[in-house]
Design a protein around this ligand. Sequence first.
Ligand code: ADP
Ligand code: GLC
Length: 473
Amino acid sequence: MRVLMAASEIDPFAKTGGLADVASSLPKALKKEGVDISLVMPFYKKFVLKSGLSFQKTDLEFEIILNGKKYSGLFYISFVNDVPVYLMENDEFFDRENLYGTPTGDYPDNGLRFGFFCYGILELAKLLGDIEIIHLNDWQTALVPLIKMRKYPHLAQIKTLLSIHNLAYQGIFEKEILEKLNLGYEDFHMEGVEFYGKVNFLKAGIVYSDYINTVSPTYAEEIQTAEFGYGLDGILRRRKDVLFGILNGIDYEVWDPQKDNELYFNYSKNNIIEGKKINKEKILKDCGLEGLEKPLFGIVSRLAEQKGFDLFPSIIETIARENLNLIVLGAGDKIYQDMFTDISKRYANVYVKIGFDPVLAKRIYASSDFFLMPSKYEPCGLGQLISMRYGTIPVVRATGGLKDTVKDIEKGGYGIVFEKYEPRDLLRAIERAIDFYRNTELFEKSVKYVFSLDFSWKSSAKEYLNLYKRMLS
Ligand code: ADP
Ligand code: GLC
């Protein structure tokens, strides 16, 4: 089975969120299942060079005229976990400061950039020869099925799967993007790529790919409702026969409390309670916090509305006055950055670092007693899975993948789950966590329990394999 997986970010080359984790760990797991898989992503030079991995030029290249101008793409090859990764070079499009835009907004030519990427994915499939499935991820790749249908009829036998990691990011552009990408207006209608007078890349993927999946069973249901559908619920309902929910996993070798070099102290199930305490003591010291006996709450997140941060403004003072320590690592919307920075200046028990910092992230996962993830919506969420891998109890809202992976202690589970998206419900959840922590026996039992759960790719990779088989049958 030959699969080409396309993603706009792959860890460790470039990462802004969980997509990068999935795009590097799922192929590794699929390879173990016997799938012959390759990856393709844009060659963001500044990012790829920083990763320190080596790469080589290939003789695979293509040229294409877009918007009346000739563009060329040259593929470099590298390997992540023994899986070949083709890096599509075009410096004008991809050698930039950031992946998608600056703090003031998206790059204005993102339609052309990722339209070019979609053409390049098909060119690579053509050059490689015997690809059976192209596995796409999110809007940056979602125009492939339409371009394939209109421009590459000789690749008609290749099946396409679109994985949706986040329905809120759709890639919406003025309708002229169709001309710039050599596509006519024959698909510019409600059943096609049209979306309120504009062109919607993700919608095109949903309409024209053979199969669709999203990253948890609950989110697969939620996106078919108006509340979570971001305007695409109707079209998703129409395609529900080919729409699946497959829960993400995480790479247990990348996230490994026994072996990670980044941790202050490695631990296993035999010394988890003491091991976590040593990590906690050190991180408190590094962050200038006091009170080993107080529960430590950690947040590692994009600071975006999706993650539930608009619940905080009215309760953040109250949270800071609770008998707890809080460490926040995140980057994103200025309003939330300012909110956390402000509170950390005024309360000695709150430490905030604004930025993207994989080392501190790991330390927070390992040292915290609780991991806070009160998302408004959550396609899957890796943060709660990673935290449990380190024996840290998740405090989450019951939505999407959080609902599928965290069970409340009061219902015989092992975490804290709240239902309503209301500030006081979040506050109540935090207070319940503090009470839970005081019950040392039960708390330590739960720490050991979450540590024993398995959220690796083992079973989900098999589900993808079965889906691939179904696509080819
Ligand atoms: P999303 O993809 O929606 O941002 P996930 O929970 O699926 O959320 O994945 C987030 C990934 O990004 C995790 O690997 C998490 O550790 C990482 N991450 C998020 N914010 C930061 C940050 N500020 N520094 C380091 N890693 C981060
Ligand atoms: C998205 C989602 C997140 C998911 C990740 C990987 O960024 O927001 O919930 O875990 O993709 O699939």
